[in-house]
Design a protein around this ligand. Structure first.
Ligand SMILES: Nc1ncnc2c1ncn2[C@@H]1O[C@H](COP(=O)(O)OP(=O)(O)OP(=O)(O)O)[C@@H](O)[C@H]1O
Ligand SMILES: [Mg+2]
Length: 234
């Protein structure tokens, strides 16, 4: 029997992805600052939590309160899903626990494993891979990242990691993460005419999935992201 896919709950998008992401995949959400990487990652967890799938959102750059407030302003109220979704502020936890000598990666893994036992989450967001890499100060980044991606797959969770890009489209994580990942969602802002900027989304790659690589317009409304065909290219 075919494995049940994890829907992104981006309206109009899942039907272009055979229904969603295969469980166990590691998917990057790449984009420039402000392209709504964190919001999109959260929304995937939020709407899956509503369907009873447990999620863990680990924030490395934004405080827990700030994440929850931002998502509420986008129509995703945390209280509605708090039974199935945990938001962790790793920076605060690390400070509180006085784990001075433990590396960021060790602290992250410790929490990820403990929470897997206690709440058995199916979906994991690490926001962001860029910051985790910076803080981890790998000695051999390529090897350590390869092992990290394998570790994530062995955890039996579907992982989504926002990853920064520069305005030129260069990936800020230069260790071949895009090759290691099973899937890549690219977000960008496109100038349309003289004044307008439209948000765009495309699935660059997704393992074992027949999908279109084309860009769609990305909208956010009433707690949901949605895509439409790009109409105007003037
Ligand atoms: N209530 C809202 N309604 C519409 N758009 C919003 C709302 N709140 C935030 N935004 C847009 O979302 C952007 C921030 O989203 P988000 O934090 O998810 O982006 P990001 O790509 O993760 O950013 P960063 O690169 O800083 O991590 C804001 O810059 C703004 O353009
Ligand atoms: Mg972000």
């Amino acid at each position: 029997m075919a494995e049940e896919r994890v829907p992104t709950f981006i309206k109009g998008f899942d039907e272009h992805l055979e229904g969603g992401i295969l469980p166990g995949c590691v998917v990057l959400i790449m984009g420039e600052p402000g392209t709504m990487k964190s919001s999109l990652a959260y929304s995937i967890l939020h709407h899956n939590a509503k369907q009873g799938k447990n999620g863990l959102f680990v924030s490395l750059e934004q405080g827990r309160k700030s994440v929850i407030t931002q998502m509420a302003s986008l129509g995703m109220v945390y209280d509605e899903v708090d039974a199935n979704l945990s938001v962790l502020d790793l920076a605060i936890l690390r400070k509180k626990m006085k784990l001075g000598k433990k590396s960021w990666m060790e602290v992250f893994k410790m929490y990820a494993v403990n929470l897997k036992k206690s709440m058995n989450y199916d979906l994991l967001v690490i926001d962001s891979l860029t910051v985790l890499e910076l803080l981890s100060a790998f000695r051999e980044p390529r090897i350590e990242l390869f092992e990290f991606f394998e570790w994530l797959r062995d955890m039996n969770v579907t992982t989504i990691m926002p990853t920064e890009m520069t305005a030129k489209g260069d990936v800020l994580t230069p260790y071949g993460e895009d090759y290691l990942a099973d899937g890549i969602i690219h977000l960008k802002m496109e100038r349309v005419g003289d004044v307008n900027i439209q948000r765009r989304i495309r699935m660059v790659k997704l393992r074992a999935t027949k999908h279109t690589p084309n860009f769609f317009s990305l909208l956010q409304q009433d707690g949901f992201f949605a895509v439409t065909k790009v109409i105007s290219e003037e």
